[in-house]
Design a protein around this ligand. Structure first.
Ligand code: NAD
Ligand code: MG
Length: 401
């Protein structure tokens, strides 16, 4: 390998599933990457341990009330990292002058401010935080354009699509000779369950994904198929694709991570074992290729690949996501906010599984939408969506079915 300049990385959401996979890839290439900063929400112990292990200069904690506890923990682990805290601390981490690259892997709208700040600062941005793009699409893209940095998608499907596109290509799909994007999804842990069975599922069952290991929120999103819905909206903004040109394909083996269909009939796919270290390594080293710790794909063991049409009747969350995209403006931000509220209520056992989609639907029906022109518009839509959804959750708790 040629001698590359050391790339300094700031990891937002370092204690999570994507954060840890990123640290794993980075640790395999000590001469190539270094970690200058790590940020997390509230897990002080895990953050301090990571900060010490990777010798970072800054550690940021979203929950500002835990800053002094973080300082104490860092000292215990022998780290001299400077502590940043609260929303400003996360933004500080996302815009550090010494960071060449930012991994945006905070879960949910909590990551919005820092992710957009990294885009505006022109950092090479590795985007895992799909909720930021769903809620704030046009605002995020304007920040990215103003900053002039590179954007590399980490979500495995979008990373696959990126790899299947002509290098450096821009513009709408037609200009690039593309007919459709084929967005694959495993179908989640409940792919073949009936509605009646779905009514009974528990948080533990929803979090046990058949092919991917992920954080709890995205695992529940996979079980409702809202994850695929959010990914349709994500693909819309990333690839300038109209909703009707994005086809969801249920593919239980999770070997093909997505495909691009061209006007001449060619379909190009990206394959690999389901391991997030592949898209993370692809994005970190782009346009080069590096070892990710992922074993070779054993096609003989896979044997057969299946493809099925998505079932909008059993999984209405997918329909709601398409509908919010058609409605436009702040509708996807409302959808995202209501989903976050409903998923955390389900994980806390406050509402049953099938009420997740009802909370979202009622929010989309009840809350007014407006244009998304600024981060303030996004924050306002997010607040409104949460308020409506929380009221729905409280009503459901008061009058159980
Ligand atoms: P996770 O729950 O494992 O980790 C979430 C991280 O966000 C943690 O480090 C946590 O401390 C941090 N965080 C949470 N709330 C915060 C707050 N208020 N302020 C600051 N930090 C906060 O989640 P994950 O599975 O790693 O997912 C992270 C993001 O990547 C999500 O947006 C998810 O949709 C996306 N993603 C994940 C996967 C996957 O395989 N896990 C795949 C594709 C996309
Ligand atoms: Mg995905």
């Amino acid at each position: 390998m040629s001698a590359m300049p050391l790339q300094s990385i700031s990891i937002l959401g370092a204690t999570g599933s994507i954060g840890r996979s990123t640290l794993d890839v980075v640790a395999r290439h000590p001469g190539r990457f270094s970690v200058c900063a790590v940020a997390a929400g509230s897990n002080v112990e895990a953050l301090a341990r990571i900060a010490a292990q990777h010798g970072v200069r800054y550690a940021a904690i979203g929950d500002a009330g835990r800053a002094s506890e973080l300082r104490r923990r860092l000292r215990e682990f022998g780290s001299r990292a400077e502590v940043l805290a609260g929303a400003e601390g996360l933004i500080g981490c996302a815009t550090l002058p010494e960071a060449d690259c930012v991994m945006a892997a905070i879960v949910g709208a909590a990551g919005l401010g820092a992710t957009i700040a990294a885009a505006r600062a022109g950092k090479k941005l590795l985007l895992a935080n799909k909720e930021a793009l769903v809620a704030a699409g046009p605002v995020f893209l304007a920040a990215l354009h103003a900053g002039g940095g590179a954007l590399l998608p980490i979500d495995s499907e979008h990373n696959a699509i990126f790899q299947c596109l002509p290098p450096g290509s821009r513009g709408n799909l037609g200009v690039r000779g593309i007919r459709r994007i084929l967005l694959t999804g495993s179908g989640g842990p409940f792919r073949v369950r009936s509605r009646r069975e779905l009514a009974q599922v528990t948080p533990a069952q929803a979090c046990a994904h058949p092919t991917w290991t992920m954080g709890p929120k995205i695992s529940v999103d996979s079980a409702t198929m809202m994850n695929k819905g959010l990914e349709v909206i994500e693909a819309h903004w990333l690839f300038e694709a109209p909703p009707e040109a994005i086809q969801v394909v249920v593919h239980p083996q999770s070997v093909i991570h997505s495909m691009v269909e061209y006007l001449d009939g060619s379909v190009i796919a990206q394959l690999g074992n389901p391991d997030m270290r592949t898209p993370i390594a692809q994005a970190l080293a782009y346009p080069e290729r590096i070892e990710a710790g992922v074993g070779p794909l054993d096609l003989f063991r896979v044997g057969a690949l299946e493809f099925k049409a998505p079932d909008f009747e059993r999984f209405p969350a997918l329909r709601l996501a398409y509908a919010s995209l058609e409605r436009g403006g702040s509708a996807p931000a409302l959808l995202n906010a209501a989903n976050e509220v409903a998923v955390s209520a389900f994980l806390a056992r406050r509402i049953p599984f099938l009420e997740i989609e009802r909370v979202i639907e009622a929010t989309l029906q009840g809350a007014a939408t407006g244009p998304i022109r600024s981060l303030e518009d996004v924050m306002e839509a997010d607040r409104l969506g949460r308020e409506h959804a929380l009221r729905q959750v409280a009503r459901l708790e008061a009058a159980p079915a």
